[in-house]
Design a protein around this ligand. Structure first.
Ligand code: ATP
Length: 448
């Protein structure tokens, strides 16, 4: 039986706050529901996750192009996509405690009056019938609310891709199978308590729509299940803590002929990390119907004309960040002292190397700065001269820095430094001149 990593959600939340990765938004006003800000290391980590996704989509393939579509689209988009009518959660209100709950999550949340029970379990609970609430945030274009047009913040990035299908087909000179990839913010009025950044009101998605000839849909669906699963493994997630779960027929959207989730064994249990769906031709057909545009592929060679089917891998940036953090989190002991370490894959680590003078005198800081300036030309480096060396190592371990370079008295004599490995704790003496190449090689053995 696979076990979650040693991380608990409390430990992750506290490390993220302590080191400034991620913390509650609007905290000086008491915070705002399910909303978080990313600090320095959080931004670097998040950017690295997104960069690795782009690498897998664009750099390592030649059948996918990039797109960045608008957050606010024409409101008819959501009529056509079905979101206006059907993107809803069933909610109940409690007339006693005045709180609102997801009708299908009552067993996961505490009662507003008696936290040891669930809503509806106590005699004082007075729940309304479940009503469907739309998850889209609504706003208005124009200065006067009454006269303006009602628009919506996108609840997924995918629809922008379908709206631009025809344009991309023209300028990218592609024919199916080909994909359009996009990373951007989406918004959902989620009322369920979020388990940190697992479920937030605004979140970034990494979505790719892969357009294929209808008779190849099943083949490409299986291809993307495999590709997306292995992406997480390649970036260091334990294979045993990942699984693919196919949706039951009653979970499937009416247009989908197959959907599977990549699930990760979070400290809260197995939960969705990414969904991979075989969407058929539903989206293009709907937008064609509502817009009057022909959204199909016309093969000039064969004369064949068809509406491509779509395979969609849809991942969340925040959820991936959380999974990478949980999986990398470890605790061990060095010389009788407790250590917290993030064993992040080097590609994801916010900082690749820390440069540390052993002493703040005898020319060590000057040489260390020289080394630092050389290294930072090719990798994210950090210079730190404050405090005992052990404390400085601990700080870098906690943010997942793979290497620490220490400058000591010998460095001034022979221009060598020690390189400490975060995971093995082994120290190796390396000539300063060879340092950048040696580190680059160890950070990315395949790329060097
Ligand atoms: P869930 O069932 O957890 O609400 P979903 O099936 O509605 O998710 P999709 O619409 O398939 O999610 O979105 C694709 C991905 O976007 C999800 O796998 C997840 O990683 C991310 N995602 C969706 N909603 C949120 C949210 N509220 N906060 C953070 N990430 C989200």
């Amino acid at each position: 039986m696979p076990q979650p990593s040693v991380a608990t959600m409390d430990k992750i939340v506290s490390l993220c706050k302590r080191r400034g990765f991620i913390f509650p938004a609007s905290e000086i006003y008491g915070g705002i529901a399910n909303t978080y800000d990313y600090g320095h290391y959080g931004v670097l980590l998040k950017n690295n996750v997104v960069a690795e996704w782009w690498r897998a989509m664009i750099q390592e393939r030649d059948d996918i192009v990039a797109l960045d579509s608008a957050i606010i689209q024409h409101p008819r988009t959501w009529e056509a996509s079905g979101h206006l009518a059907g993107f809803t959660d069933p909610l109940v209100d409690c007339r006693t405690c005045k709180q609102r709950f997801r009708a299908d999550h009552l067993d996961q949340v505490p009662c507003g009056q008696k936290p040891s029970k669930h809503p509806g379990e106590d005699a004082v609970c007075d729940l309304t019938e479940a009503r469907e609430f739309n998850l889209m945030f609504e706003t208005t274009i124009g200065p006067v609310k009454e006269a303006g047009a009602t628009v919506y913040l996108r609840p997924e990035t995918a629809q922008g891709i379908f709206l631009d299908f025809k344009q991309v087909l023209q300028f990218a000179r592609r024919k199916p199978p080909f994909g359009i990839a996009q990373v951007g913010k989406s918004f959902r009025n989620e009322i369920t308590p979020g388990n940190f950044i697992f479920r937030t009101l605004e979140f970034e998605q990494m979505e790719m729509e892969y357009f294929v000839p209808p008779d190849q849909a099943q083949h490409w669906y299986e291809h993307w299940l495999h590709e997306r699963f292995e992406w997480y493994v390649r970036l260091g997630i334990e294979r045993e803590r990942l699984r693919l779960r196919a949706h039951d027929p009653d979970e499937l959207s009416h247009y989908s002929s197959g959907t599977s989730d990549v699930e990760y064994l979070f400290p809260i249990g197995w939960s969705e990390l990414e969904g991979i769906a075989n969407r058929g031709n539903f989206d293009l057909t709907q937008h064609a119907k509502h817009s009057g545009e022909r959204l199909e592929f016309n093969d000039p060679q064969s004369g064949e004309r068809y509406v491509p089917h779509v395979i969609e891998p849809a991942a969340g940036v925040g959820r991936s960040v959380l999974a990478f953090l949980c999986d990398a989190y470890d605790e061990d002991e060095i010389g009788g002292e407790q250590r917290t370490v993030l064993r992040l894959h080097p590609a994801l680590a916010p900082v690749k190397v820390a440069v540390l003078p052993l002493l703040r005198k005898d020319g060590q800081p000057e040489l260390a700065r020289e080394v630092y300036e050389r290294l930072r030309r090719s990798m994210k480096a950090e210079y730190d001269e404050g405090g005992a060396i052990g404390r400085r190592y601990r700080r870098q371990d906690e943010i997942g820095t793979p290497f620490a370079v220490t400058i000591d008295h010998q460095s001034l004599d022979d221009r060598t430094v020690t390189v400490r490995d975060r995971d093995t704790l082994q120290q190796e003496r390396v000539a300063i001149d060879e340092l950048p190449a040696r580190l680059l090689e160890r950070l990315d053995p395949a790329g060097a």
